[in-house]
Structure formats: structure tokens, C-alpha cells
Design a protein around this ligand. Structure first.
Ligand code: GAL
Length: 418
């Protein structure tokens, strides 16, 4: 009798497709740093979908925007031989983890679900180690955004800036009208996020790539880089005295509440506006950071899967990878997160104007050479180089170092990190 029931259950499962990659229930332990309002709502969707398939979600959240703390915790877990099922790891770091020989191989599910056909090469290349899928992408974030409270601009009689010179004019008016021009959180990764948009705006995409991808010495220490540091100093002038140490989502809240006029931040900031019930194009505006129209600094979030042995744990892991790539997840997750789906040819109707702009620019900029990897978000260089750049940018930001010295230090710090 029991035997008969099990047989019947199995045939029902097969008929309803439950046994495809989602069949065996297991636990997935997932390391991430998505703890802000919009981020938490996004990751909750992944948990919901996996639990609906019968899996157990073990949350391993390590707070801290940009993920520096999460990566430190992850290293100690892996070193002690106890990796989580999956961890939010991005860009060239995936190769570093691959070199450690601790990752799972996702080729079976990738092949069955045709990942090579539904992902743009700029995304799928990053997900592979030695040609094998080891990671699965959840989204594409655009970093070079400027988030705007239109009411504040209106009250101050200021124009939305499209160049860094216009930025100073607008910021001056906003400050005189009694608002904080720029909402900023003084943390190394946020300083670097603003700085990379400035470098892109001041130098253009080719210069950005020479400096932050090729690490070309003539670009790292150059008059253009000096100018970029000058602009960073100018931006700092228009932040408030409480900026040091502030979390990025609290800075976004200042724009939401109309205390500040703008924030330079990737589109995870949009997740905060959305979670606060604000509407793109009406309550807030999204514009490319000054001078960066037609370019796109990409930041692709992905989950790297660790080798968890075989059995149910591995099966649940494959199911998680499969779920992440499903259109249902890619849509709901990105609606909450502020990013756009990593998967191609997704319906656009539920997405707002900022996401449409991002989708258009992602494709458009790829054709014109304006699509560049984010240095600040671990897309363009290995972590040691990124850390060296962070250090120089932040010590410039927090001291009276001259821009000329900063450019010199940038070059020497990068060289000694290689
Ligand atoms: C980025 C990450 C985003 C967002 C942000 C702030 O590095 O890619 O998904 O969460 O940090 O935490």
C-alpha cells in the first residue's frame, strides 16, 4: 500500500514537472548582504520561490552595503571547510574562488535550461570558470545614476545637471535654498561609487576602461584623473556634516524625504524609492550622472555555488540555480531590486521608466563602446586592486591631499597591488 502511494506520488510529480531540477527538497544556506528595505524585499522573493518548491532557506545575511564584511565572513567559513550553499560573489572574484577549487559545477542545469542562449555573453562569461558555469546571475545593476528629488530642484530653481560644471551651478542654488545638495554616505565603497561615475563623466568610456580595466599607468596618473579628483572634492563640498559613516540607504532616504536633492548611487537605490511607495518619473527622477549619458557602468549580482558534496544538498543547490534563471524570478526580483533582468527578451511592461532607460542603455552602450564594468562594485579588477583604489580615493576624500598627489598615489597603489 505504502509502496503504491509512493509510486502514485512519483507519477504525479513527474506529470507536473516537479521532478525537474526542483524535485528533491533540501536546505540552501545563502550568504548575501541584502539587508536594506528594497534589498530585503528582493531576496525574500528568492526565499519564497524556493520554499514553494519544498526547500528550506537558511539565511546567512551579513549587513554592510557593497559586501566587504560579507566577503570577510565568507572567507573564514570556507577556510574552515564549511562553505554555504551559495554566496553573493561577483565579477573577477568568481575566478579567484574558482582557483581555490571549492566551487560546484552547474553545467548540467545550464545546458538543460539553455543558459548560453538566454544570457548575453557579457553576463555569461563572468559566470564561468574554465568554461564551466559556477555562478548564476540575478540581475544587471547600472551604477552611473543620479537620483533626484524633483521637488527640491523646483523649490531651488535649479536645473538637472548634465555636466559637472552644471552640477556646481545647481548645487550652489540648492544649498542657498536651504537643502542638502548631495546625500552621501562617507564609506570607502560609496566614495568609490561616486568617484567612478566622475571618472566616466570627466574622461569618457575609453579613458575609464584604460584606467580601471587595463590599469594603464599613463591614465591612472594623468591630468584627466587629476580633474576627476578635483570634481570629487567639489561634490564633497555639497554634502552634509553627518555624511561620514552613513549607510547608503539612509542617504537615499534623505532624497526620498526631500531633505537632499540628489544621490550618486547604483540603481539598488531605486529599490528604496519603490519600497517607500514612490513612483519613478513622478516622485523621483533617474538621470545618468553628469557627463555619462550613453554609457552604462554595469554591476552584475550573482550567486556562486560551492561544492557541497552530493546528495540532497547538491540537488537543492541545482534547483536554486534553476529557479534564479526562471523568468518569474528574474522579473519579481528585479522589480524590487531596482535592477534589470540578466536574462534576455524578458517582458518589459511591469518595469518603470528608469528600468526601461537602463534596458535601452545596456543594449545601446554595448554597441558604442560605452558599456563598462564597475570598478567600485568588483566588476573590473581583482579584489586587491579594487582595495588599493578604494584606499586612495577614501584617503583623498577624508583629507586635504591635493588632486595631483592623489593621482600619483593611485598609480603607485595600483602598481604595488598587482
Ligand atoms: C552592491 C550590490 C548591490 C547592492 C549594493 C548595496 O555591491 O551589487 O546588489 O546591494 O551593493 O548593498
Amino acid at each position: 500500500m505504502i509502496h503504491k502511494n509512493i509510486k502514485r506520488l512519483i507519477s504525479v510529480a513527474v506529470a507536473t514537472g516537479m521532478l525537474a531540477f526542483g524535485a528533491v527538497a533540501g536546505e540552501v544556506e545563502v550568504l548575501h548582504w541584502w539587508t536594506s528595505g528594497g534589498e530585503a524585499k528582493s531576496v525574500a522573493e528568492l526565499k519564497r520561490l524556493l520554499e514553494a518548491d519544498g526547500h528550506t532557506w537558511k539565511d546567512f545575511a551579513v549587513a554592510g552595503g557593497g559586501g566587504e564584511s560579507a566577503m570577510t565572513v565568507l572567507k573564514s567559513r570556507v577556510v574552515s571547510g564549511n562553505p554555504p550553499t551559495a554566496a553573493q560573489i561577483k565579477g573577477p572574484s568568481i575566478q579567484e574562488w574558482g582557483d581555490e577549487g571549492v566551487l560546484a559545477n552547474l553545467d548540467e542545469v545550464a545546458k538543460a535550461k539553455g543558459w548560453d542562449d538566454v544570457l548575453p555573453a557579457v553576463v555569461s562569461d563572468v559566470m564561468k570558470y574554465n568554461g564551466n558555469y559556477v555562478a548564476v546571475p540575478v540581475n544587471v545593476h547600472r551604477v552611473n545614476w543620479m537620483w533626484v528629488n524633483p521637488e527640491v530642484f523646483k523649490k531651488a530653481g535649479a536645473k538637472i545637471p548634465t555636466t559637472w560644471d552644471e552640477f556646481s551651478e545647481a548645487a550652489e542654488k540648492i544649498q542657498k535654498a536651504g537643502f542638502i545638495p548631495v546625500a552621501h554616505g562617507g564609506q570607502a565603497w560609496q566614495d568609490a561609487t561616486t568617484f567612478e561615475s566622475i571618472v566616466l563623466g570627466v574622461g569618457g568610456a575609453d579613458f575609464y576602461k584604460k584606467a580601471f580595466v587595463d590599469l594603464d599607468s599613463k591614465s591612472l596618473n594623468s591630468p584627466t584623473m587629476v580633474k576627476a579628483f578635483d570634481v570629487l572634492r567639489e561634490v564633497k563640498k555639497y554634502t552634509d556634516k553627518d555624511a561620514p559613516g552613513r549607510d547608503w540607504n539612509l542617504a537615499t532616504a534623505m532624497v526620498i524625504k526631500g531633505e537632499a536633492a540628489m544621490q550618486f548611487m547604483g540603481d539598488w537605490a531605486k529599490g528604496e524609492f519603490t519600497a517607500a511607495g514612490k513612483m519613478a518619473g513622478k516622485d523621483f527622477g533617474c538621470y545618468p550622472a553628469p557627463g555619462t549619458k550613453g554609457t552604462f557602468t554595469f554591476n552584475i549580482d550573482s550567486f556562486v555555488m560551492f561544492d557541497v558534496g552530493g546528495g540532497d544538498a547538491a540537488k537543492a543547490q541545482q534547483a536554486m540555480a534553476s529557479t534564479i534563471m526562471e523568468p518569474e524570478f528574474q522579473e519579481i526580483f528585479n522589480l524590487n531590486k531596482g535592477s534589470i533582468p540578466a536574462r534576455l527578451n524578458m517582458p518589459r511592461d511591469k518595469f518603470d521608466v528608469c528600468a526601461h532607460d537602463s534596458m535601452d542603455e545596456f543594449v545601446g552602450s554595448a554597441g558604442t563602446g560605452g558599456l563598462v564594468p564597475s570598478m567600485a562594485h568588483g566588476m573590473s579588477v581583482f579584489s586587491a586592486v579594487q582595495g588599493a583604489i578604494y584606499d586612495v580615493v577614501t584617503s583623498f576624500y577624508n583629507s586635504d591631499m591635493s588632486s595631483t598627489d592623489a593621482a600619483k598615489q593611485l598609480l603607485s597603489a595600483v602598481q604595488s597591488s598587482l
